[in-house]
Design a protein around this ligand. Structure first.
Ligand code: NAG
Length: 272
């Protein structure tokens, strides 16, 4: 029947969010209840770390995700929290954070980086100075790689992005990818400054997705710490220094400033 079909759809859609044992009990002992329960929560959005639950008044409410009820994960889904504890996945981390809500520990717990916690060497002053040079170069090279791959199988870049990247890619003065000495990177930034403006904006746009609000939060910056970035152990220090007004968020202006982009070249219209 229609009702059964609707219930099945709900069941599938909510299977991850609702602890299985509780659901089965409700279902067996009180058949009409789960239909209400599932319907009230349907299309009801809860923020990260919370799941929808129907209260006694049959109103949907967001309650903390029980970390123990999170779906099981693979090793590569492990994440390291800012408490330097390894969580099995994002669900477990944000569920834990929610349960600590209102406490200092809860406020301080964020995603630090993808992967299990590991030893991260101290970042020296010398390295932190080099960081923007290396990262700028790395960003440009990543875009070049995406562009090359897109020639055969499109998908990495949108049409608009491809047009921007094409100009850089086809510029014969472009410094090729490689492990260059700092002096050369500095020289190239002076000489070919314009080639770096778009990649810096592009990376900001890639990270500014949860939510799209023109500032990068701690958790939006976290993916950068995934193993791809050279000198990743300097990221934390670098972004602390980037965050000029110390509001724990990096605005587009702060981001561009960190990478040496001139004020007049900071352009929200490049965020696509
Ligand atoms: C964080 O945890 C890892 C792995 O358990 C350890 O090697 C590292 O020393 C810890 N870092 C800090 C700052 O305590």
């Amino acid at each position: 029947s229609m009702k059964t079909a609707a219930l099945l759809v709900c069941l599938v859609g909510s299977a991850l969010a609702i602890p299985k044992a509780g659901f089965v009990t409700l279902f067996l002992t009180n058949p009409p209840f789960p239909i209400l329960l599932l319907d009230a929560c349907r299309n009801f959005h809860c923020k990260r770390g919370k799941v929808c639950h129907v209260d006694e008044q049959e109103q949907p409410r967001c309650i903390c995700q029980d970390p123990a009820a999170c779906p099981s994960t693979k090793d590569y889904e492990h994440v390291c929290g800012t408490d330097n504890k390894t969580y099995e996945g994002l669900c477990q981390l944000f569920g834990t954070k929610c349960q600590l809500d209102g406490t200092k520990m809860g406020r301080q717990l964020h995603l630090d980086y993808m992967g299990s916690c590991k030893f991260i060497p101290h970042c020296t002053d010398y390295e932190v100075d080099q960081f923007p040079l290396r990262m700028r170069d790395w960003l440009k090279n990543i875009l070049m790689q995406y562009y090359e791959r897109d020639v055969d199988t499109s998908g990495f870049l949108t049409e608009k992005q491809r047009n921007k990247v094409k100009k850089i890619y086809e510029n014969e003065k472009r410094l090729s990818a490689g492990d260059h000495p700092v002096e050369l990177l500095l020289y190239d930034f002076e000489k070919n400054y314009h080639m770096y403006v778009y990649p810096v904006h592009w990376q900001f746009y890639q990270l500014d997705q949860h939510p799209v609000d023109r500032v990068l939060s701690h958790s939006e910056l976290a993916p950068l710490r995934a193993s791809l970035v050279p000198m990743e152990h300097c990221i934390t220090r670098f972004f602390q220094e980037c965050d000029g007004d110390q509001d724990k968020r990096v605005s587009l202006k702060e981001w561009c400033h960190c990478f040496g982009i001139k004020r007049e070249d900071i352009d929200e219209n490049l965020l696509f």
